[in-house]
Design a protein around this ligand. Structure first.
Ligand code: TYD
Ligand code: MG
Length: 454
């Protein structure tokens, strides 16, 4: 009798080893190995295809459906591509099921040339009654939305193949399993094999498939990394539970640019698109208080105005505290060091707190001079003019460096009603237009500080 062969596989990256290991040599995760049955057979490939010359290939135009939710369409690169597999990740309770349900109800309300479009919503987590409750809350009621409680991927593929819906939703991929493996649903092998089956089905039948995926505490989409490589598009739905704003971010997109964002607000009646997020993030801004200023950050192709706040107060402990929310902690420490050394602003005995308003996270260095200004403003208790905004990167010698897309940043701020821009000198010299703003080009941190006072 032949022994069933098992391997130990890292649940974080899919690395396999014949023995249990405490630390994954591939991704470095600790205690991540679990026993799995070795994949019984490799995935069947398509029929042998012949290489063909690039010039002979026609088209290059994917067929896209506009879902009708602008923020989502943009994030997808201009609509939903037939046969695309889209992974929607996010923390539990952030609104993934709500988003996808709203999206497919839009699709279901469209009529194609021949017939009404039906969509298939497969849930392994919630019963049809629970989904019905959510749909009632969203005022969605349609004969074209078909609900299926099923977790076996072979059955899902068979049902979808019979039904030929306009889109399929799998909520969530972690609950789906294939009968070819004996491991529990949610394990690396199961997620990968089930997703691969759905992927082949999507490509073969030209049907778009949404996979909803859970996210671990560390922020990675739970399951093997291979899942991210397998799918065409990875969207990440994020936001702060305490805030109603939700941001849909593209992590990967084979059919469009990455780093696009869509902004939504979670209301009682569901997700509402925010077409002008800059206005929203500005709406609650306190005027003429110290420690607050506005920066323009780029999210993909889209400029976004956000408020940066800082609070500087004498420390009551021996060690001054530094806390930052929404911006990189180390970046803020670096900027504080630059302020000390290059501008003679001594923060050694001060606690410094920085915050980006609205639960946003900013990774761009263009926020640097904004953070510096907010800190100086709070330190000196001098408010920055409320019609002034800034952007620019700060180098270690205190120089202010140019950032990309200066023109679109200025244009957006002018649209919202700002009057004065403090920007890197080299950006100011290259401008095509001043958009009716008074523009101050600065070359170092000292010049920034001089100009925010006036
Ligand atoms: P849900 O889509 O179930 O989240 P996920 O699938 O990502 O786990 O959304 C759950 C949260 O959204 C829940 O806390 C309630 C809230 N919510 C609203 O505020 N308004 C609504 O219309 C709906 C449907 C949900
Ligand atoms: Mg859900």
């Amino acid at each position: 009798m032949s022994k069933i062969k098992t391997v130990y596989q890292c649940q974080a990256c899919g690395y396999s080893s014949p023995k249990w290991l405490g630390k994954c040599p591939d991704c470095g995760a600790w205690n991540s190995f679990s026993e799995e049955k070795q994949s019984p057979k490799p995935l069947k490939s398509f029929s042998l295809s012949q290489p063909q010359p690039l010039s002979k290939i026609v088209g290059g135009k994917e067929r896209r459906t506009h879902i009708g939710i602008n923020e989502l369409d943009r994030v997808l690169g201009g609509g939903l591509v037939n046969g695309a597999v889209i992974l929607v990740g996010g923390d539990p309770g952030i609104g993934k099921s709500t988003l996808v349900l709203q999206a497919i109800s839009k699709i279901a309300s469209q009529t194609s040339d021949s017939n009404q479009k039906t969509v298939l919503y497969v849930s392994g987590e919630e019963s049809p009654e629970q989904i019905k409750l959510r749909a009632e809350r969203l005022s969605i009621n349609s004969d074209n939305i078909m609900l299926l409680s099923e977790t076996l991927v072979e059955n899902i593929v068979m049902t979808a193949d019979d039904m030929k819906p306009a889109a399929v939703v799998i909520d969530s991929i972690q609950t789906i399993y294939t009968e070819e493996l004996t491991s529990a649903p949610g394990s690396v092998g199961q997620i990968r094999e089930s997703a691969a089956k759905l992927m082949f089905f999507a490509k073969k039948s030209d049907m778009p498939v949404f996979l909803i995926g859970h996210v671990t505490k560390e922020g990675a989409i739970a399951g093997p990394r291979v899942l991210e490589h397998l799918v065409d598009t990875v969207l990440y739905f994020e936001g702060d539970k305490g805030h109603p704003y939700r941001i849909l971010r593209t992590i990967k997109n084979r059919f469009g640019s990455t780093n696009e964002i869509g902004v939504f607000e979670m209301r009682d009646e569901g997700l509402v698109e925010i077409n002008n997020p800059s206005e929203l993030f500005m709406s609650e801004r306190p005027l003429n208080v110290s420690g607050s200023t506005v920066i323009v950050t780029m999210e993909g192709t889209r400029p976004l105005l956000v408020e940066v706040q800082a609070l500087v107060s004498p420390t009551t402990f021996g060690m001054p505290r530094r806390t930052s929310m929404g911006v990189d902690f180390n970046r803020v420490n670096l900027l504080i060091a630059v302020l000390e050394k290059k501008a003679g602003i001594h923060l050694g005995g001060m606690d410094v707190f920085t915050n980006i308003v609205g639960g946003l996270k900013i990774v761009e260095t263009a926020a640097d001079i904004g953070i510096i200004s907010a800190i100086v403003s709070s330190f000196r208790e001098v408010p920055i003019d409320s019609k002034t905004f800034l952007f620019g990167e700060v180098g270690l010698s205190g120089e202010v460096r140019a950032v990309a897309q200066g023109d679109s940043r200025l244009k957006e701020a002018a649209k919202i009603g700002f009057k004065k821009a403090i920007i890197p000198k080299s950006n100011a010299e290259r401008l095509k237009d001043n958009f009716g703003l008074s523009i101050v080009g600065v070359k170092d941190v000292e010049e920034v500080i001089e100009n925010i006072r006036g």
